[in-house]
Design a binder for this molecule. Structure first.
Ligand SMILES: Cc1ncc(COP(=O)(O)O)c(C=O)c1O
Length: 362
């Protein structure tokens, strides 16, 4: 606290990101990073960029990147907005498109940055409870609202809403913007991007942090009707003209264009997730169906906080949210086969299990 702080800063409760410990030999399954490196083409592009152009400002419009996103997703560049991570794209969206007199609606259990943006930008909001099975039921969003936002798959549950239900929501909800945060969609969901051609109220936000393994580069994008994109551009150009540096633009273009590498690595994660789920269930864990690169689990007989602590003693870190309804759940990022095998072995010791599990390591 300081007398120099504005009243806004006094009243903030900032988002707490998953920790990034500086410990060696850690098995880090706590922040949904991709265990594989980015495409080798990204690294080549970064080297070339470093050699040539760093004394110059980047393109403020990131036109090359918008063109790459547009061609990857079958839309036009005026339907694309890019930002410094999808967190920045989300932040601009809250202020530019979701701040109205009616409350913004989002699930009670979801990405915990949403209420933080609401408090920063004074966006009125109302949370809509997930079902007892942690599903988003879109019928519950048929009520007056200034906008709707949810991740699909949801975080931290990993549960997916089918595209048909989203289209039904868009048909019903025509007076406010619907934002689908598809940070994890490449791991088992069907993107709502094709629906932007028919529904001018839809904005889809994605990130290159997860399925394209570029969390360290900070690139996210939104796709929607050009009038929604224009609102985001107006806001961005009143905030920071150059949110994406030259590395981010050059690396992201290559990551989007190297389709073969993308398919290979995300398929590997999906395969590993299947084996991990089987092994966790064999240990008695309840595992929610996941369409993401993480699983959300609880053990009926073991305290979640205690399990996390015991795993940490063995240098394995996972995420535990001490929040109502989910305090007994653990979120585990799907790592490599070897990392997941190490997790399973550690849990076998902690739980005192003797039975066999499926081998993760091929
Ligand atoms: C649901 C969801 N949306 C958005 C983000 C932000 O991703 P980034 O800012 O790395 O693009 C995350 C990060 O974990 C997330 O879980």
């Amino acid at each position: 606290m300081s007398i120099f702080w504005s009243s806004i800063v006094h009243n903030l409760t900032p988002y707490t990101p998953g920790e990034q410990p500086k410990l060696p030999n850690l098995i880090k399954l706590n922040t949904n990073e991709n265990p594989y490196g980015p495409s080798p083409r990204v690294l080549e592009a970064l080297k070339a960029e470093a050699a040539n152009t760093l004394r110059l400002y980047p393109d403020p419009n990131a036109d090359r990147l918008k063109t790459a996103v547009a061609s990857c997703y079958g839309v036009t560049p005026p339907q694309v907005f890019v930002g410094n991570g999808s967190d920045e794209v989300l932040a601009h969206t809250f202020l530019a498109l979701l701040k109205h007199s009616q409350p913004l609606l989002f699930p009670d259990i979801t990405y915990s940055f949403y209420p933080v943006y609401c408090s920063l930008y004074e966006v009125p909001y109302k949370t809509v409870p997930l079902t007892d099975d942690f599903e988003i039921r879109l019928e519950d969003y048929t009520q007056p609202n200034g906008g709707i936002i949810f991740p699909n798959p949801n975080a931290p549950t990993g549960r997916l809403v089918p595209l048909a239900a989203i289209e039904e929501l868009l048909r019903r909800n025509t007076e406010s913007v619907v934002v689908i945060d598809e940070a994890y969609v490449d791991f088992g969901g069907e993107s709502a991007i094709p629906l932007v051609q028919s529904y001018p109220t839809l904005l889809v936000i994605q990130t290159l942090s997860k399925s394209r393994s570029l969390a360290g580069l900070r690139v996210g994008f939104a796709i929607g009707h050009p009038s929604l994109i224009e609102a985001l551009e107006r806001l961005k150009n009143s905030f920071n003209s150059y949110p994406l540096d030259r590395f981010a633009i050059a690396g992201a273009v290559e990551a989007l264009e190297d389709r073969a590498y993308f398919e290979k690595t995300r398929n590997a994660i999906i395969r590993t997730r299947g084996v991990l789920v089987e092994n966790l269930r064999a240990f008695g864990f309840e595992v929610l169906p996941s369409a993401a690169n993480f699983v959300f689990v609880r053990h009926p007989e073991r305290d979640a906080g205690e399990l996390c602590r015991r795993l940490r003693e063995q240098s394995i870190i996972v995420r535990h949210f001490r929040l109502p309804r989910i305090e007994q759940y653990i979120r585990i990022t799907v790592g490599t086969d070897e990392q997941c095998a190490a997790l399973v072995e550690a849990l076998r010791g902690i739980l005192g299990k003797v039975q066999g599990t499926t081998s993760c390591v091929k």
